[in-house]
Design a binder for this molecule. Structure first.
Ligand code: FE
Length: 340
């Protein structure tokens, strides 16, 4: 082999594959989170480190499938999503590899990450009951299960069961109550609907304010976002509802997690690990709570005062993996129970 060829091969090794010449200055993430707060954090990371963050947005199952299909040629370094069930799906798809950074692992308690550290939590959110302050007293509320009672006939508002948030809630009830009780709950709950399922979480609060129904389920961060919205209709709507944390005397309020996984074949692993360390560290965690009203996973971070004002609450004691494990069954029970 001639000296020039050796030099050429050496340069190739140094520079990496074609198109990756600037790889050491970038990190690519595929994200299914849809919040403005995230881009603010990526900009901050870029400013602090000089590492450019390229975010590709999409729906979670499609992003997982894309990374799987791209295999060794993928440009994705990180996969970010909401929902513990989806994070489990990403792990099962074999697209992730364990995070070993001691710094990152010290930021995220064990019950907020995958048991093999293939994903780490970023935030949690609670799925609470919201109710008309005019037509419902908090004392009338207790558990998710009790909303199947005929007392609520014609008074419950819900979004379509295609929502991951309600699929994971039902998956949690399958784990805690058993399949038969969960199936009966869907029938009773759906039997109490005031109108066919419609809209997103925010729309349920608006429809309570408009008098279309009295009770709905919402993720806590949407309540914070609406209270601080520039749209006066959203502020008015959410001011008309009370917030109730269900099942405090029993199995606890349902929480779900959003998180980040390290893509096995990503081209910029060191930068990816740096971004995971950054996102789980106190400053980014403070911002996620302050700007998006989510619960930080890092116990040293500050919970937004809006969330803190609700006080500590009892959460369901289940493995986030169980949400994914029971997702297909949950979808089947929705169909059987008439929750479209
Ligand atoms: Fe959301």
């Amino acid at each position: 082999m001639g000296r020039h060829l050796i030099l050429f091969l050496g340069l190739l090794l140094f520079a990496g594959p074609p198109g990756a010449a600037h790889a050491q200055r970038a990190v690519n993430l595929y994200t299914a989170r849809h919040y403005e707060s995230d881009q603010v954090l990526y900009d901050l990371f870029e400013k602090e480190t000089g590492i450019k963050v390229n975010a590709v947005s999409g729906n979670a199952p499609e992003l997982i499938e894309r990374i799987r299909r791209e295999g060794g040629a993928t440009s994705a370094d990180l996969f970010i999503t909401v929902d513990g069930g989806v994070l489990r799906t990403a792990k099962e798809a074999g697209i992730l590899s364990p995070v070993t950074s001691e710094k990152a692992l010290a930021n995220v308690p064990q019950n907020r990450r995958d048991r093999d550290n293939q994903w780490l939590g970023l935030t949690t959110r609670a799925r609470v009951i919201v109710y008309s302050k005019e037509r419902v007293r908090a004392e009338e509320l207790s558990t998710y299960e009790a909303l199947a009672d005929p007392k609520w006939q014609g008074r419950i508002l819900a979004r379509p069961s295609s929502s991951l948030y309600d699929q994971s809630l039902l998956a949690s009830l399958i784990v805690l109550d058993g399949e038969n009780e969960a199936a009966a709950w869907v029938k009773g709950f759906a039997g109490n609907f005031a109108r066919p399922p419609k809209g997103n979480d925010r729309a349920q609060a608006k429809d309570i304010a408009a008098g279309l129904g009295d009770v709905a389920l919402m993720n806590t961060y949407y309540i914070g976002q609406m209270l601080n919205s520039k749209d006066p209709e959203e502020v008015r709507a959410v001011e008309a509802v009370g917030v109730f944390f269900p099942s405090q005397a029993g199995t606890g309020t349902h929480i779900n997690i959003s998180g980040v996984g390290l893509v096995k074949n990503g081209p910029n692993r060191d930068n990816a690990v740096k971004l995971i360390e950054f996102l789980t560290d106190v400053e980014a965690q403070n911002r996620l709570s302050a700007d998006n009203y989510e619960y930080p996973v890092n116990p040293r971070a500050r919970t937004h005062e809006f969330l803190a004002s609700f006080g500590d609450f009892k959460t369901q004691d289940i493995d986030f993996d169980d949400l994914g494990r029971n997702n297909a069954l949950a979808i089947r029970l929705f169909a059987q129970g008439g929750w479209k």
